[in-house]
Design a binder for this molecule. Structure first.
Ligand code: GAR
Length: 189
């Protein structure tokens, strides 16, 4: 069994898509959902799927506590799903980590460009195409090797919220499958 942990900061709709996809899998098991906010909706979603949760603060994240927890759960791979803190090197060195970003990187990436801020920037630029990117995580925001992208057409009348919902549909469709492919190719058990 490949053990997957999810790190999230907010709503967790991607986390839920992942938990649902792997619910009956005999190859990948979601062992924990970790959040940096005690009121993050993702924690409720995890309970619904019977997945263990952990809430942590910056000190626990930057020191070894989160890393130690993940090791104690024999985590093989981490998926960031709407997680907004930069990942410390100590985690990058220990685990393969994937991230999902709601734009076609390298456009609209980097510090401060997350969630609705991304879609507002796309709208302001007048782009008629956006999409999502799944990439490996390195020590810089949104810069790791790109694994998968899919685009969607935008209408000039789309509001940032409309763009968000078009992109989110692509995220839910693709993220679980890309995690699975990546895990099968890269984790030998
Ligand atoms: C998703 O659109 C994800 O791509 C984005 O936050 C949203 C989280 O939604 N992530 C980033 O912007 C990271 N830079 P969710 O909590 O419903 O999955």
């Amino acid at each position: 069994m490949i053990n997957l942990a999810i790190l999230a900061s907010g709503s967790g709709s991607n986390a839920e898509a992942i938990m649902k996809y792997f619910e009956k899998s005999e190859k990948v098991h979601v062992v924990a959902v970790l959040a940096n906010k005690p009121d993050a909706l993702v924690l409720e979603r995890a309970k619904k799927y019977g997945v263990e949760t952990m809430v942590f603060n910056k000190k626990q994240f930057m020191g070894g506590e989160v890393s130690g927890f993940l090791e104690s759960k024999n985590v093989d791979i981490i998926a960031l799903a709407g997680f907004l803190w930069l990942i410390p090197e100590l985690l990058i060195e220990k685990f393969p980590i994937l991230n999902i970003h709601p734009a076609l990187l390298p456009k609209y990436g980097g510090k401060g460009l997350y969630g609705i801020h991304v879609h507002r920037a796309v709208k302001e630029a007048g782009d008629l195409i956006s999409g999502m990117t799944i990439h490996e995580v390195n020590k810089n925001y949104d810069e790791g090797r790109i694994l998968f992208q899919e685009s969607c057409d935008l209408d000039p009348s789309d509001r940032p919220e409309d763009i968000a919902s078009k992109v989110l549909k692509l995220e839910h469709k693709n993220y679980p499958r890309v995690i699975e492919d990546y895990a099968f190719k890269n984790i030998k058990k």
